[in-house]
Design a binder for this molecule. Structure first.
Ligand SMILES: [Zn+2]
Length: 62
């Protein structure tokens, strides 16, 4: 399963349906999250991390 598919699963499991993908970036409520593989090795880990990325909004909305 691709990282993107795992991220999608994670978000849907959290009950969030209002999201979209911009290339490989997950966008929720206008916030962009970089999708990263998680290597913590925890048994309950879904293997994916969502990192809030520094938004470009500030520069876009000036
Ligand atoms: Zn992990």
């Amino acid at each position: 399963m691709s990282l993107k598919a795992r991220a999608q699963e994670k978000v849907e499991r959290a009950g969030i349906s209002n999201y979209s993908f911009d290339q490989d970036v997950l966008v929720m409520c206008g916030v962009r999250y970089t999708i990263k593989a998680c290597t913590c090795g925890e048994p309950e880990c879904d293997g994916v991390q969502l990192l809030k990325s520094a938004s470009a909004m500030g520069t876009l909305l000036q």
